[in-house]
Design a protein around this ligand. Structure first.
Ligand SMILES: Cc1cc2nc3c(=O)[nH]c(=O)nc-3n(C[C@H](O)[C@H](O)[C@H](O)COP(=O)(O)OP(=O)(O)OC[C@H]3O[C@@H](n4cnc5c(N)ncnc54)[C@H](O)[C@@H]3O)c2cc1C
Length: 583
């Protein structure tokens, strides 16, 4: 039997596993990725890439390729509610409401102030080939599709896995220092006794992925449009552009609808249903896939057992309502990659890896809960305007007609509805959930300050350099080139940011870096420094003086800060690294 020895084995080549491969390669860590399928996802699945994910893609040189295929923000930056998709009845094809969402419309300025990237939209089916290409370019021969892990064991100081070539049946043995389970929760976690905790799910849904020319009826510009049937709750659906062209030119679609009994729809029987729910009786449709799936809200009780780690859907599954699923998985991978690198390079002990769970599990908890709460609240919104599943068939037309009634009472109904719709901003404008997540415990040195208050709807973000938070973004320049402060971090190593009077910090940095065998890039921003704070944006968010310093981790989170100078910068930095790296 062939045997391979490698520092990290990644199980699963979905969005999370492929991202982990790219991040590990950029950290210089050899690894093997095995994916059971011959190819990347054939179904669109996740399509919203949030602002933080796009920043991570920018850091790792993936962003341009994503943007080349992604929908531009003006093609997806709204959520809309309408009666039916088409039809010529008095209540058909009428817009109920639309609101800016996911960074679009009037939100763009606010999101744009928070980071160098805006959210993007590219279904997993198109994203994964880009990630795969980047992973393969950086680790030639190490990305094995059509290979599955059939068994593994943790031997204490290493993991041994049996990997089967799905096409030939050949089995190879892989010996790895660590195994990262990015398998969507299918196998790795349960094998090491990790439990997925959460309420039993009773929400099923059916997703139909199909091609059709809908240009005649489709009103473009949304990430999702909800159609609330005036006739029958089971005919209510939502429709999503899945590309590869965007707007009216879009060829492929995702339709979510009520499932009925298991297996009720297949590729043939569903065609009439699509025509019925869209109210286009003679629509030409090519169905690619019908999926019945369960909406879960579950979180792993542990993210690590011995030498086995889990990430992505293997660690958390949530309703797709706010598009946090894949994004959280990519961000898990970003967090663990530099830690694995530090441990495998010998600059940190094994215990650094424990900070992965300490940091990422609370974020997983928060994101699962947020997605559940947003999904539940959306039901409240559509119930309130008469379009919910609890409004029976006989009463729906009457309720929706009241919404459109031109009378003074109709004005009141619409005014009430408007206030209710506004509460949905907690679901589709909650960018604090996307860029504001922070680590209270882990590889950070607390400075004893309290976390800034977060607005309950999470639709405002307050940048802060408090340890654990993502480095605040500001535009700076060097030799006329405009950069984000986040661009200072490169793809590896730590970054020490000081001000014009912080020379003692930057001089101490290389000595401390040598002591700990880590890479530290020291930069100064401000008057007379190599980076200019042209419009004062950095001074407004840095929360340190020109003599202070921030230490930024490879994943762009602040590890430590000093608001001013220290009598002994080298000693202070030495203590900081000893704490962060647990040495
Ligand atoms: C309809 C829908 C819409 C969604 N919308 C969004 C959205 O807008 N934004 C968002 O962020 N999320 C969204 N999600 C969630 C998102 O799709 C998932 O969170 C995401 O796919 C998780 O990625 P992953 O890589 O962790 O797992 P997966 O995509 O499940 O990948 C796991 C991979 O592991 C492989 N594998 C499993 N076992 C083995 C083994 N033993 N050996 C080798 N390979 C193995 C599998 O074949 C699979 O390819 C949506 C989900 C659905 C269903």
């Amino acid at each position: 039997m062939t045997s391979i020895e490698v520092p990290v084995l990644i199980v699963g080549g979905g969005g999370c596993g492929l991202s982990a491969s790219v991040f590990l390669s950029d950290q210089g860590i050899d690894h093997l990725l095995v994916e059971r399928h011959a190819d990347t996802s054939r179904v669109p699945k996740a399509h919203y890439l949030n602002q933080r994910t796009m920043e991570i893609f920018r850091q790792h040189g993936i962003r341009d390729d994503v943007l080349a295929e992604a929908a531009p923000l003006d093609k997806f930056g709204k959520v809309r509610w309408a009666t039916t998709f088409a039809g010529d009845g008095p209540l058909d094809a009428r817009r109920i409401h639309e609101m800016d969402a996911f960074g679009g419309g009037e939100l763009t300025e606010r999101y744009g102030a928070a980071g160098p990237e805006l959210p993007s939209k590219l279904p997993q089916m198109w994203l994964e080939p880009i990630l795969r290409r980047h992973a393969e370019q950086r680790s030639p021969g190490r990305i094995l599709f059509s290979h599955e892990v059939i068994d593994f064991s943790d031997e204490g100081d290493h993991v041994v896995a049996e990997v089967r070539n799905v096409e030939t049946g050949e089995v190879i043995t892989v010996k790895a220092q660590y195994l990262l389970g990015a398998d969507g929760g299918r196998f790795v976690g349960s094998k090491v006794g990790i439990e997925m905790q959460g309420p039993p799910s009773n929400v099923n849904t059916t997703t139909v992925y199909f091609s059709a020319d809908l240009s005649q009826w489709w009103e473009e510009g949304t990430l999702i449009t909800h159609y609330l049937s005036p006739e029958d709750p089971d005919l209510s659906v939502n429709l999503i552009e899945m590309g590869p062209s965007w707007g009216k030119a879009c060829e492929q679609w995702g339709l979510h609808m009520a499932p009925g009994p298991p297996g009720r729809w297949d590729n043939e029987t569903v065609v009439d249903r699509i025509r019925e729910v869209l109210k286009v009786p003679d629509l030409e449709v090519t169905v690619h896939k019908v999926t019945d799936w369960i909406v879960n809200a579950i979180l792993a009780d542990k993210y690590r057992v011995g030498r086995v780690l889990i990430a992505g859907d293997a660690a958390h599954k949530q309703p797709p309502a706010v598009g946090l699923g894949l994004n959280t998985g990519i961000q898990d991978a970003h967090n663990i990659a530099w830690k694995l690198a530090a441990v495998l390079n010998g600059s940190a002990p094994e215990s650094l890896i424990d900070t992965y769970e300490a940091e990422r599990r609370p974020v997983g908890r928060e994101n699962v809960d947020w997605a559940v709460s947003a999904a539940q609240h959306h039901q409240v919104v559509i119930d309130a305007i008469g379009g919910g599943h609890n409004i029976p068939a006989g009463r729906r037309g009457q309720r929706l007609a009241a919404y459109f009634d031109p009378s003074p009472l109709g004005d009141t109904v619409r005014a009430r509805a408007l206030e209710i719709f506004d509460t949905h901003r907690g679901g589709c404008q909650s960018f604090e959930m996307e860029v504001g997540f922070a680590y209270e415990e882990g590889a950070v040195v607390s400075d004893g300050t309290e976390r800034p208050a977060r607005v309950p709807m999470r639709d405002e973000h307050t940048p802060t350099s408090r340890p654990g938070h993502r480095l605040p973004h500001a535009w700076i320049t060097r030799d006329g080139e405009r950069l984000s402060t986040l661009d200072l971090t490169g793809r590896t190593g730590f970054t020490l940011i000081t001000g014009p009077e912080g020379t003692a910090w930057s001089e101490a940095a290389p000595r401390v870096a040598e002591k700990f065998s880590v890479q530290v890039n020291a930069v100064r921003i401000g008057d007379g420094a190599e980076y200019a704070d042209v419009d004062g944006g950095w001074e407004a968010v840095r929360q340190i003086t020109g003599a202070g310093a921030l230490l930024i981790r490879p994943d762009q989170h602040v590890a430590w800060r000093s608001t001013g100078a220290d009598e002994d910068a080298e000693r202070a930095l030495t203590e900081v690294f000893a704490t962060i790296l647990d040495r």
